[in-house]
Design a protein around this ligand. Sequence first.
Ligand SMILES: Cc1cc2nc3c(=O)[nH]c(=O)nc-3n(C[C@H](O)[C@H](O)[C@H](O)COP(=O)(O)O)c2cc1C
Length: 212
Amino acid sequence: MKVVAINGSPRKGWNTEKLLKEALRGAESAGAETKLVQLYDLKYTGCKSCFGCKRKGMESCHCILKDELTSVLEEIFEADAVILGSPIYFGSLTGQMISFLERLKFPLLSYDDFSRQLFDGSINVAFFYTMNEPKENYKNVMEQSIQSHSQILQRLGGNVETYASCDTYQFNDYSKYHSGALNEAHKRKVRETQFPKDMEAAYEIGCKLMSK
Ligand SMILES: Cc1cc2nc3c(=O)[nH]c(=O)nc-3n(C[C@H](O)[C@H](O)[C@H](O)COP(=O)(O)O)c2cc1C
């Protein structure tokens, strides 16, 4: 069994990557072979609207653009599960994650019949979101957008699970940054009490991904 994790955060070693690595650890404990891809290390674009994936006679459900994302997309289609992670930027995902998702999702959509499933395999998906917003605001800000991403990711034929890690810790030393509007003591408390629970949840989700 193979699991590929995709880090949509530019910050290696921070909240999003920590959760992804923990989910991968869970998957490994259940016997998976794993790989972590750093989107910010790659040179690629979003969908260029070439409609190559919609051309008659072309192979469907795969993006035909050739750049540094091509082999990553190929690996995803060969995997049993994929774990995505993105910080929330301005109420949405990071630019790199959005571009990646355009390339993954658009070819999965049939222009002949929107309800048709083009991919006939089964890839489970877990999507981790990290954000500064506290949990109580998360539903208002993000839920609709998260649901819409999940809906298209279901076209990979497996289960789609989402997890939001809220109120994240943003700097190693708050005193060095203009951060007066953020309550560092509260952030530290969340870091010490809630984030370990988020890590446990990530591990469990990683294990669960392996049960098809
Ligand atoms: C450019 C930028 C925009 C952000 N926009 C939001 C936002 O709209 N809502 C939010 O809750 N957090 C926002 N944040 C905070 C990040 O989502 C949060 O700190 C996240 O956990 C960072 O992930 P990382 O630690 O993996 O880098 C933003 C951060 C940056 C740098």
